[in-house]
Ligand binder design. Structure first.
Ligand SMILES: [Zn+2]
Length: 349
């Protein structure tokens, strides 16, 4: 595992947890202040304070783990059918095959329950809440346990029935959840990763936060799959297998529609992680992308210190300029800072 990459992944998890704790603190303060006038704290204020406590607890445990951790930590279990550690599978159904090169991103789930991949797989195999006659097995490609162990359930080209719903995430950033038709299908075009545990809601006393190792393993797995950083403990054959994706192409299940998965607690963290380590999945910062586009004459508005559009905030003007650049160069119009666009803009292979 490359030290620089693992350090930035660790920093990103910590930064995300710190921001989430601050966020929860602000919320708790605001609710408490508004309630204090009436003399009695409502359930909402109590829950807000509990939520703050949970984030603070998570943060200090993350810090403790960071302080003593040596980074050979990712148990990786090849649990695909036919392997000695195969998860329960079979049934009468099979997953559809998909074109791996056409995957659009990663979808993050929680089990809303336990941390045992065998039990979750057995549950999916039997009659369950989405299928009365069962599924072919675990409905996710990867399962990440609380201890950071990654279980690999299916080949990447198996379209597990994970996301459901008729919508896919707001990839073009216009604020709407996009209709699945045209832009991609929720299951065929998104690879599902599940974290063991229930992070249902920060208002819910059963909610919780993922462990540091889970978040780190999630980032490192995505970094490995997209070819951004290689982890010794993850099979070589998976390195760069999805190199057309960036580490920022990560969505909570809830971005696909109505599901309250993986829960507010982890969604806050995923959102923040997208902006830090996962930012654009590029070695170049937001500001560097902007500067490169401005240099080529693209109009990013009058933002920033020099009023030339370079302000380090990847907003609407930047996105529009990126799409124009992609169109001008005959690149796929992804609206993402993908590898092809990065190579065209920065002249790297
Ligand atoms: Zn889910």
């Amino acid at each position: 595992m490359d030290k620089t990459h693992i350090d930035s992944a660790i920093d990103a998890v910590l930064a995300a947890a710190e921001a989430a704790a601050t966020d929860a603190g602000d919320l708790a303060d605001a609710v408490t202040a508004s309630e204090a006038e009436d003399g009695a704290l409502s359930l909402a204020a109590e829950e807000a304070n509990k939520s703050l406590g949970r984030f603070e607890e998570a943060l200090s445990s993350y810090r403790r783990v960071k302080a003593k951790q040596t980074w050979s930590m990712f148990d990786f279990v090849d649990a695909r059918p036919g392997r000695p550690d195969a998860l329960p599978h079979g049934g009468t159904k099979t997953w559809r095959r998909r074109d791996v090169d056409r995957l659009l991103g990663f979808a993050i789930h929680h089990t809303a329950g336990g941390d045992d991949p065998r039990k979750t797989a057995a549950y999916h195999l039997g009659a369950n809440h989405t299928s009365s006659d069962g599924m072919p097995g675990l409905a996710y490609t990867f399962f990440i346990r609380k201890d950071g162990a990654i279980w690999w359930a299916w080949d990447l080209d198996m379209a597990t029935w994970s996301q459901g719903g008729g919508t896919v995430p707001d990839a073009d950033g216009d604020g709407d959840v996009d209709r699945a038709d045209g832009l991609g299908r929720a299951n065929a075009h998104y690879l599902a990763i599940v974290l063991g545990g229930s992070f249902r809601s920060r208002w819910n006393r059963n909610g919780g936060t993922p462990t540091f190792r889970q978040l780190l393993a999630m980032q490192v797995l995505i970094g490995h799959l997209t070819g951004r950083c290689s982890a010794d403990d993850i099979p070589r054959e998976l390195f760069g297998a999805l190199s057309h994706l960036s580490t920022g192409d990560v969505w909570p299940h809830s971005a696909f529609g109505k599901a309250a998965c993986p829960g507010e607690g982890v969604e806050t963290l995923i959102g923040l992680m997208q902006k830090t380590y996962c930012a654009n999945g590029s070695v170049w910062s937001d500001g560097e992308w902007q500067r490169a586009l401005v240099k080529l004459g693209y109009d990013l508005g009058g933002w920033g210190f020099n009023e030339d559009g370079v302000d380090g905030q990847w907003g609407e003007d930047s996105k529009e300029a990126l799409v124009k650049f992609q169109r001008d160069r005959g690149l796929p119009l992804t609206a993402h800072r993908d590898r092809a666009t990065e190579a065209a803009l920065f002249g790297r292979p």
